[in-house]
Design a protein around this ligand. Structure first.
Ligand code: 3PG
Ligand code: MG
Length: 399
């Protein structure tokens, strides 16, 4: 199976043609000010957009933002993203007040060659995420009417069977954008024959979200390091009390079973930073993983754990990291994530950071992005890719 990519489309010539680009501009916004707190996903789509602009296409960009419920909801407007995108492209981006209505139509009709428009949030329309094929299809028809060709550069959304990802490519000549192509190439290396040792670091809050990827990765990896909120369910499975830490009681048995089958590949924290409240200024101490006081909750992995994880990472030739090791947004609980991230940058390995949160952590902690091999823009998407699942957005490009 081969996927056509942007170069194939550019070779055909796009000057004066309308090119509909599905991007993942789902960026984090500050709850109070509404400002964009991390523009990584906007920057990630620039190579595709710039190439189309230079080639003289009329570029119509569409994306989701957050999870509005199929109707307009101002807190999820893409308007601030249009502003930022324009700054980064160095040319104004025309913003349509709706996705497929009058504003979108006139905005698209008014585009000159080499100009860029951004449509309002796809998820303001029921059809985008509908489970009903006909409802999704009707919305896809409306979207497809805005393009003569379709480019999917929304890697973060390729695991969604949504109209803009799965149904539009069935209606237009379609190619993968530069970002999607690079993501698939890099993640393909990890599922293929990675150079060993292959060490995976998983964090984040829920075991239940990561179960499928743990199952899929265990036979492939040499070591699996587990931190973040989900480590407490594993610690409980080891027979430790975890105080008031995050715990998925119904997953304890599953974790016990995974530990038994892991052949010693799973490494868990040996110490944790335990606090008396979930707050930036909470009283906290480092305690052994088997000695978490009953009234305290673990909010980060401890320094001995970081040292152990760093030692394992220093041996690695291939690394995949998804999920923070602690509540890195609070300075007191950021050391675990920072320590692991730094160890990854120091390792003489090909390293991939997967996931919106981990990528945002890298930037929030001021780490040098270029010292990682690849920073994926997809969270769920990169995990599902590694699980070996069929991704609706990729499958649609293959057809
Ligand atoms: C993400 O942030 O993971 C992607 O943008 C997909 O968003 P979703 O999980 O709301 O579909
Ligand atoms: Mg997600």
């Amino acid at each position: 199976m081969s996927i056509r990519n942007l170069d194939d489309l550019l070779a055909e010539g796009v000057s004066g043609r309308r090119v509909l680009v599905r991007a993942d501009l789902n960026v984090p916004l500050d709850k109070q000010s509404g400002e964009i707190t991390d523009d990584g996903r906007i920057r990630a789509v620039l190579p595709t957009l710039s190439a189309l602009v230079e080639a003289g296409a009329k570029v119509v960009v569409c994306s989701h933002l957050g999870r509005p419920k199929g109707a307009p909801d101002p807190q999820f407007s893409l308007r601030p993203v249009a502003g930022r995108l324009g700054e980064l492209l160095g040319a104004p981006v025309r913003f349509a007040e709706d996705t497929v209505g009058d504003s979108a139509r006139s905005t698209v009709e008014g585009l000159a060659d080499g100009q860029v428009a951004l449509l309002e949030n796809l998820r303001f329309n029921k059809g985008e995420t509908s489970k009903d094929d006909a409802e999704r299809g009707a919305f896809a028809d409306q979207l497809a009417a805005f393009g003569d060709a379709y480019v999917d550069d929304a890697f973060g959304a390729v695991h969604r069977k949504h109209a803009s990802v799965h149904d539009v490519p069935a209606r237009l000549p379609h190619v993968a954008g530069r970002l999607v192509l690079r993501e698939v190439e890099v993640l393909g290396k990890l599922t293929g024959d990675p150079e060993r040792p292959y060490v995976v670091v998983l964090g984040g809050s829920k075991v239940s979200d990561k179960l499928a990827v743990i199952e899929a990765l265990l036979p492939k990896v040499d070591r699996l390091l587990i931190g973040g909120g989900m480590c407490f369910t594993f610690l409980k499975a080891q027979g430790h009390e975890v105080g008031t830490s995050l715990l998925e009681e119904d997953m304890v048995e599953t974790c016990r079973n995974l530990l038994e089958r892991s052949g010693g590949k799973i490494m868990l924290p040996v110490d944790v930073v335990a606090a008396d409240a979930f707050a930036p200024d909470a009283t906290h101490d480092t305690v052994p993983a088997d000695g978490i006081p009953s009234h305290r909750l673990g909010l980060d992995i401890g320094p001995e754990t970081v040292a152990g994880f760093a030692a394992a990472l220093s041996q690695a030739k291939t690394i995949f990291w998804n999920g923070p090791m602690g509540v890195f947004e609070m300075a007191a609980f950021a050391n675990g994530t920072r320590g692991v991230a730094e160890a990854i940058t120091k390792a003489d390995a090909f390293s991939v950071v997967g996931g919106g949160d981990s990528a945002a952590a890298v930037r929030a902690l001021g780490l040098d992005e270029s010292s990682f091999g690849h920073i994926s823009t997809g969270g769920g998407a990169s995990l599902e890719y590694l699980e070996g699942k069929t991704l609706p957005g990729i499958a649609a490009l293959e057809n």
